[in-house]
Design a protein around this ligand. Structure first.
Ligand code: SME
Length: 168
């Protein structure tokens, strides 16, 4: 139904954006929209073994200071780590630094949290709203160096569509 994977590893992100808007329709729920997003990405991009969300929640207080952590949300793939503190692993780094992190080889990333030993490369994009990190989108691949600048740009624009259509 949504076969947008071309012969190369790059899907048509403009078409995916139209499909995403159509799939989300007028629904604004966090769970339904992030679940649909995960399924669309997982089945439209080639060579993935995991795609999904971690959402920001309050963590255990650290020395009286409030801390935040990432709690597993809707995803496609094998069972994964449930909670990731801000600053830990690729997801926690993207959340703490409020920037997209592309890792060509996860085995060379200090502190990488290996949920699935099949993962070799990864992209994590934070969900930013008014300066706050609402969560992250995490996508893993068994291929080394799977995620290009074009993928980063395409995925970031898909997330903009998701965020505008969803009540967080
Ligand atoms: N690899 C991630 C952990 C999450 S799983 O891959 C789904 C990380 O280091 O943040």
């Amino acid at each position: 139904m949504f076969d947008t994977t071309s012969a190369s590893t790059h899907p048509d992100y403009a078409l995916l954006g139209k499909q995403l808007s159509s799939i989300l329709g007028n629904e604004r729920g966090l769970i339904v929209n992030t679940a649909q997003f995960s399924a669309l990405i997982y089945h439209s991009l080639s060579h993935l073994n995991w795609a999904g969300f971690y959402l920001t929640v309050p963590g255990n207080q650290s020395g009286g200071n409030p801390v935040q952590e990432l709690l597993l949300g809707p995803f496609q793939g094998k069972v994964a780590c449930t909670r990731i503190p801000f600053g830990r692993g690729v997801c926690g780094t993207a959340a703490a630094e409020k920037r997209t992190v592309v890792v060509p080889d996860v085995h060379a990333f200090p502190g990488h949290i290996a949920c699935d030993s099949a993962s070799n490369s990864e992209i994590v994009i934070p969900l930013l709203k008014d300066g706050a990190v609402l969560g992250v989108l995490d996508i893993d691949s068994p291929q080394l160096n799977r995620f290009s600048a074009e993928d980063q740009q395409g995925l970031e624009s898909l997330l903009q569509i998701l965020m505008a259509a969803t009540d967080f």
